[in-house]
Design a protein around this ligand. Structure first.
Ligand SMILES: [Zn+2]
Ligand SMILES: [Zn+2]
Length: 317
């Protein structure tokens, strides 16, 4: 059960020879979600062995070119590749005209359908849900409307102890009932407590993606305890004023937020091209939140499944 992020692009505004503009791929249980689609995203997918055809859902944080210009090339390539499955795009509603124009101008005979899911990013809400996970948008603060995305696995049912199945000759219906948290009643009327029959479920994992944005107090609430947070660190602390003026954050502000929210791990990126070295930004962040990593294009970050011993023995009566 994988849960991993591949960084395809980690530069801000301008691409460099080492960093492409923003794009991430999140892989959860063999589903692939593209988050932002800066220029060159499809080239990065080829470089880092992401199967483009497996992407059915694309989430765009905001309508600045460094987060969306790759979408049009990608849609065009999908046509050439003969894609058949629907492509779901989640973005601010203002993208609608551009998508329409693209389809009229360049999309003649497109073999697949685009399903556009517009949002306004002014309040937190769930925008996606399937059997395994949900995606929530949270409003951020920038020069245009921006949404952060929080990807969460759905809680899993309780795990049944294998020994309980044998000992009490449990059938499929019994097992389903017990996994829902109920006690088990034996034929003689004796009740076996659910806690003797089950083990707690594996903890659901979560990943939050927040760029571009200034830091503000209430964000910590929305990001509370996420396992992994990607947060922009466009500027160093000495350029704090510039960060404020442009609706961006410094590495230290990202780290202070990560600490306040109690996240497991912080990834920083979207570095301004003014910095030739990223180490000073990383040092500023680590001084506040030690579990910080400065991402590079091509990096893969996984959240392992919490391992629990699936006990085969039952506790003594
Ligand atoms: Zn940007
Ligand atoms: Zn922006």
């Amino acid at each position: 059960m994988s849960f991993s992020v591949t960084v395809l692009g980690s530069s801000s505004a301008l691409p460099t020879s080492k960093r492409f503009p923003t794009a991430h791929v999140l892989a959860v249980h063999e589903r692939f979600f593209l988050i932002d689609c800066g220029e060159g995203t499809q080239i990065q997918m080829r470089r880092f062995s992401i199967n483009m055809a497996k992407i059915n859902h694309i989430f765009i944080s905001h309508l600045h070119g460094d987060h969306v210009f790759g979408l049009f090339g990608l849609m065009s390539s999908y046509s050439l590749m003969g894609r058949k499955s629907d492509l779901h795009i989640y973005a601010h509603r203002d993208l609608a005209d551009t998508l329409e124009h693209f389809q009229t101008r360049f999309g003649k005979g497109m073999p697949y359908k685009i399903e556009f899911h517009p949002f306004t990013a002014d309040q937190a809400r769930e925008i996606y849900s399937d059997r395994h996970m949900t995606v929530e948008i949270i409003p951020l603060r920038h020069s245009v409307p921006v949404a952060g995305f929080v990807f969460r696995e759905k809680p899993r049912p309780l795990n049944i102890r294998k020994a309980a199945i044998e000992r009490f000759a449990l059938g499929i219906r019994d097992i389903r009932h017990i996994k829902e948290g109920h006690d088990h009643v034996l034929p003689d009327g004796k009740v076996v407590s659910n806690s003797l029959l089950t083990l707690p479920p594996v903890r659901p994992r979560s990943y939050a993606f927040c760029t571009d944005t200034a830091c503000f107090g209430r964000l910590a609430e929305s990001l509370k305890n996420v396992d992994m947070l990607y947060f922009e660190a466009t500027f160093a602390e000495k350029d704090k004023k510039l960060a404020k003026a442009t609706g961006h954050s410094t590495a230290a502000q990202a780290a202070a937020l990560a600490r306040k929210a109690g996240v497991g791990r912080l990834l920083i990126g979207h570095f301004s091209t003014r910095y030739k070295q990223i180490e000073p930004l990383l040092a500023e962040a680590r001084a506040i939140f030690a579990e910080t990593t400065a991402v590079e294009d091509g990096d893969v970050y996984s959240i392992p499944l919490e391992q629990r011993a699936l006990g085969n023995s039952l506790p003594a009566d």
